[in-house]
Design a protein around this ligand. Structure first.
Ligand code: SF4
Length: 231
C-alpha cells in the first residue's frame, strides 16, 4: 500500500505546482561551492554568480591562481559580486591557501570522510557555518543530511517546523529536526525540500512582509493563522 504523504510533503507538492521543479544554482564541486559562497555580498544567488563568473573568467579558479594574483587585482574583479570586495578578496585567498596547504588542492578527500568530520573540515573556510557545510555535503551528494537555506529559515518556522529561538543556530536545528521527521531519508527528498523552501522564501514568504494572500499553503501556515486570524 502506498505511504500517505506527510503534511510537509503536501506543502512541498503545492509549492512545486506553483514554482515548478527547482534546480540548484551555482557550482556542484565542494571547493567551488566555497568560492561561490564568498564571491558575492550581501549574499544572493545573483551576486555570487556574478562574482564567481568574474573570478573564473578573469583570474581562474585554481588555488594557485587565486593565491598568486595580487590582492588589489582580485579585489577589483570582486567588485562584480557587490559590496566589501577587498574583504571578499582576502577570504578567497584564505580559501585557496587552506585548500592547498591542508587538503591537497581540492576537497574530494574531505567529502569521503564521515559527515561530522567532513562538516568540521568545511567549517575551516571563511563564512562556512554548520548550515553551509551541510548544504555542501547534501548538494555534492556526499551525505544525505537535511540542510535548510540559511537565509530562508523563517519559511519552515512559519509553517510550524520548529520554534523561533533567540539563538539562530538553535532555531535552525529545531527546524531541521522537524523537517527531517516528515521526509523520507533520501538525499533527493532533502534537496527538493531545500530548493522549494528557498524559492518560497525568495518569492512570496519573504522575511519581511510575506505575501500571504498569494500563498498556496496559507491554510497550513501557523504564522498566517496567528497574524491574519485564519482558522
Ligand atoms: S502564508 Fe504567508 S507566512 Fe505562511 S508560508 Fe505562506 S507566505 Fe509564508
Amino acid at each position: 500500500m502506498a505511504k500517505r504523504a506527510t503534511r510537509l510533503e503536501k506543502i512541498l507538492n503545492q509549492l512545486e505546482k506553483l514554482y515548478g521543479s527547482q534546480k540548484p544554482v551555482g557550482p556542484a564541486d565542494a571547493y567551488e561551492m566555497v568560492l561561490y559562497r564568498n564571491a558575492g555580498y550581501p549574499q544572493s544567488d545573483e551576486r555570487c554568480t556574478k562574482g564567481f563568473e568574474a573570478l573564473k573568467k578573469k583570474i581562474g579558479l585554481k588555488p594557485e591562481e587565486i593565491v598568486e594574483v595580487p590582492h588589489k587585482r582580485l579585489a577589483e574583479v570582486m567588485r562584480a559580486g557587490g559590496m566589501i570586495p577587498e574583504l571578499r578578496a582576502s577570504r578567497l585567498k584564505e580559501i585557496a591557501q587552506i585548500v592547498s596547504s591542508e587538503f591537497g588542492g581540492d576537497l574530494h578527500s574531505v567529502l569521503k570522510r564521515p559527515a561530522p568530520e567532513a562538516r568540521k573540515a568545511l567549517k575551516k573556510f571563511p563564512t562556512i557555518s554548520d548550515a553551509g557545510a551541510e548544504k555542501i555535503l547534501l548538494f555534492t551528494t556526499a551525505a544525505a543530511l537535511v540542510a535548510l537555506p540559511s537565509n530562508c529559515i523563517h519559511v519552515p518556522l512559519r509553517l510550524g517546523y520548529g520554534v523561533e529561538r533567540k539563538n539562530w543556530a538553535a532555531s535552525y536545528r529545531e527546524a531541521q529536526e522537524a523537517v527531517r521527521a516528515e521526509l523520507p531519508e533520501e538525499g533527493d527528498a532533502y534537496r527538493r525540500a531545500y530548493l522549494l523552501l528557498k524559492r518560497h522564501g525568495e518569492e512570496l514568504c519573504k522575511s519581511t512582509r510575506p505575501r500571504c494572500e498569494q500563498c498556496p499553503v496559507s491554510e497550513e501556515c501557523a504564522y498566517y493563522r496567528k497574524t491574519r486570524g485564519g482558522t
